[in-house]
Structures are given as C-alpha cells and as structure tokens.
Design a protein around this ligand. Sequence first.
Ligand SMILES: [Zn+2]
Length: 349
Amino acid sequence: MRSCFSVLLVSLFMVSMVCAQSTFTVGTAAAAPGQKAFGTIDVPAHNDPATSIPVAVFHGTKPGPVLALVSGLHGTEYASIIALEKLIQSLDPAQISGTVIIVPLVNIPSFEQKVPHVNPVDGKSMNRFYPGNPNGTQTDRVSWAITKQVVKRCDYLIDYHGGDLDENLRPYAYWPKSGNATQDAITREMVLAFGLDHIIVWSDRPKDPNASRYLDNTANTRGKPAIAVEAGHSGTVEPEDVRLLLDGTVSVMRYLKMLPGTASPVEHPVWIGKVDTVESEQPGIFYPLVQRGTYVAQGMKIGYVTDFYGRMVFEAKAPAAGVVLYICAVPSMKKGDTVANIGEITTTP
Ligand SMILES: [Zn+2]
C-alpha cells in the first residue's frame, strides 16, 4: 500500500512543481517563492456585517504540496488558535517544500465576544454549514469563502479544535473513514503522523460535497485528504496542549515531505469506534464526578445535576464502557445540554 501513497504524493508534487516559481495568493496575502505573506480573506456584508479573516501564506522555493491549516472555527477553543499563531511565528518558508496556508482564527466575533460553540452574529456553529453560501448569513458566507479560497487551493488540510470554554477535554484526533480506500489510507497515515494517541473513527460523514457540513469533510469530499484534531480544554492555553498541536503539525509536514526529517507517528493509538453523547434530562447546576480522560464502566455515575436549592434532579451515567473524551467544565446546565462525550474503544478501526 505504501507504494500507492508514494505514487500519489509524487503526482501531487508534480502538480505543485508547476506553480513553485510563481507567487501564491490567498485573499490579500501574496507570497513569492521563498517568502511569507500576511493578509485577509475579506467576506463582504450582506444582511449582516462583513468580516475579515487573517491568513498567512508560506511559499517554499522547492516543489511540494499545498497544505492548509485552519483553526478558530470555534473562536474560544483557544489552545488551537494560539498553536497556529505560534506556528506562523516559527515557520521558515525557505525550509518548506510546497506551500502552507494558515488561517489561525475564522470565527472572530466568537473570539472577541467570548461566545462558545457559535458565531454570535447569526447563532450558527461555524463547523456545520459547509460548503457555505455566498448569499446566506455571515457563517454561510465565511464557509463559502473558506471553501473557495482555502479548500479548493490546497492538496491536504488539517482543521484544529480544542475543547471549548465549557468542555473539559482530553486531546484526540478524528480519522474520517470515507470508504474510498486510497484516500482513507492517506488520512490514516496523516492522523497517525499527527501523534495524538486517541483517534475517533468517523465513518458516517456526509458523502455529498454540496452538503459536506464540516470543514475537514468539505476537503475530503473534494478529494483532498483532511483530518481534524483537538487539544485544549475549558478556555485554557496549557503549554502541553499547544505543544501537542505544534509537534503534530510538524510531523504531518514531514510525512508529506514538506519539511526535512521523519514523521513520528503514534504506534499504538486507542481507536474509538463510537462516541456516546450523554445529555442532561433536567436544567440546573452540574457537578462532574470524573475527569477528562477517565476510563469508565457502563452504568458508572459520571456527574449529577441539582436544582437551585441543591436537590438532586438528574444523575448522569455512562451508557457504555469507554473513555471520557470531554465532560462539561462549568455548572451551567440546560435540559438537553451535553454532560459528556464517552468514546467506546474498538480494536478494529
Ligand atoms: Zn471546535
């Protein structure tokens, strides 16, 4: 199988080789070979305000693929945003074979207003409305612009997330298993190269490129291998979370032969075949009983909800044995809110 990947990689290099001697432009960022350039992807106003998304382009002198790195679809998943901001500071275009497009913060209103999960301008998650719509609300228009100016321009993509303000999350990655054997083999190598040791196998994603919903799936349904990664929790920027995301990125770039050195893939990951979402059946005050990353047995109590007088109104139990991928990090709880995500382990990914 490995020789198939090599043939594919070589053919992508050849495509990019044609462009290696000319300027590479994304939005207003135009980088000559061997240079980096900063600019914006400008999304015009429609029925709600315009927005301007920062973008950095690192254009190598040597031929190689185009890799897109995007974070901050959720603007309060800070560790992932800071990781790409640090990468922008540390990448040297003279060292790169190919081109790297970095979009460190897509959802600026969420970041500025400290609103988790959604874009406060239109109340939509910015990772559910791909491939977007140029005539929709701001989230639709941003998604459209990212599809056109980033996804369509790249050969590979990584989408970065990291435990939102209310998510006490252990690091993990997603392997999008599409059923296309060649592409699945590449995304598998990418997700292993990234190095996070818990990997969710996501095999029920939309197959229609016109209803791709998620950013990584928008790339995958257009034939561009893509993975999603998460590290960070509860609004913190812990150095070890940022480090995981930076090291993983460098390792994937080595796997793609965009940087010198060899990739350091995770050798024995915990594969997660199914994710169970535990929702609260009552509103009130949430108290967790387990930590992120705890391994739980089926039926084990993982937290509880009281009313505002301290009386127990709901006990949250693990529906199956598995690992606590994340658990609600704050006391605020509405009926139907997520208490925790439990990952069921599989030995046959
Ligand atoms: Zn996210």
